[in-house]
Design a protein around this ligand. Sequence first.
Ligand SMILES: NC(=O)c1ccc[n+]([C@@H]2O[C@H](COP(=O)([O-])OP(=O)(O)OC[C@H]3O[C@@H](n4cnc5c(N)ncnc54)[C@H](O)[C@@H]3O)[C@@H](O)[C@H]2O)c1
Length: 347
Amino acid sequence: METVGVAGLGTMGAGIAEVFARAGLAVVGVETDEAALRRGRAHLENSTGRAVSRGRLSPEEQQAILGRVTLATDRAAFAEADLVVEAVPELMELKLPLFADLDRVCKPSAILATNTSSLPVTEIALATDRPSRVVGMHFFNPAPVMQLVEVVGTARSTVTGEVADLARRVGKRPVVVGDRPGFVVNRLLLGYLNHACLLLDQGVASKEAIDTAMVVQAGLPMGPFALLDLIGLDTAYEICGVLHRDSGDPRHEPSRTLRNLVERGRLGRKTGGGFYDGKPGTEEGFDAMVLLRPYLVDAIEMFRSGYASQDDIDEAMKLGCGYRSGPFETVAALRTRSLDDFPELEE
Ligand SMILES: NC(=O)c1ccc[n+]([C@@H]2O[C@H](COP(=O)([O-])OP(=O)(O)OC[C@H]3O[C@@H](n4cnc5c(N)ncnc54)[C@H](O)[C@@H]3O)[C@@H](O)[C@H]2O)c1
């Protein structure tokens, strides 16, 4: 694969274009109109410019990277691409016609990939006449920095291995998984984050006590409410809704507190406040196992169902969430302490 197309040069698409161009591939970026194309180019220039000012890229390298990216408003520019990654907004009504069109303009051997976080890849693949060559390629934000890529295969995909190889070639750590809402990271992470919100709904503990316990006792880089403020409460709310429709698990049903904050426009750091307005305070009085244990059991169930290997789940949670250890490494550490606390592990 030498030429990669990227459809949509917003937050994710511009970052994905940068990943491929940095690795020496030719990139064709397509946007809806000239104004969007200028914004996409600015994203690329600013991101690589920051790397230059931090001494991570030379000005010559930056120019070489930008020189590998061709920009267009006409999808016909994808004609020679070996792979096209779609990164347009998370709406089926945008993605389905786009994939039908990509199928028409791209050469038959081209692989078509979607960066969707929550939509069914299978349905997107069926908008084309080449479902065996359609996969999910789920990058994390910011794409040039985050190493993890979830490569999502449907029952018809035959190219996940090729796409995983390409991800490795451009310096990423791929995890190949099946087409299930949330894949590995969002499924485990959002289940845990929403559970924390449900505990707030029930008045079990304060947000400060829960956050403090998850940092101090569980060793996470930040507690669930601080993390929700970072991710964006609207994004979390939507993903929980998708997970709940799929799983029916009460822990995925978007919490009242989360919904109220979203309705009030308190979406987290991007709106200046969500659960917190500033730095969270600390408080004692919550036992981290209350939240940690269901999260670990979810990971065990994900592995048992054959969805992903223990190593892949651990790597995905470390690279996708910045955790120091993955769930199975945490379980192994707990095993050495007390199995009595963890009857699920006896099976
Ligand atoms: N933002 C994140 O943190 C994140 C992380 C992982 C995955 N994703 C997924 O990536 C995708 C893109 O998200 P984003 O945050 O980059 O969105 P965004 O709104 O920042 O960018 C989308 C871009 O697509 C362009 N666009 C719209 N219709 C188009 C079309 N038909 N052809 C070409 N371009 C078109 C828009 O002009 C815009 O620039 C979504 O599916 C989202 O779920 C987002």
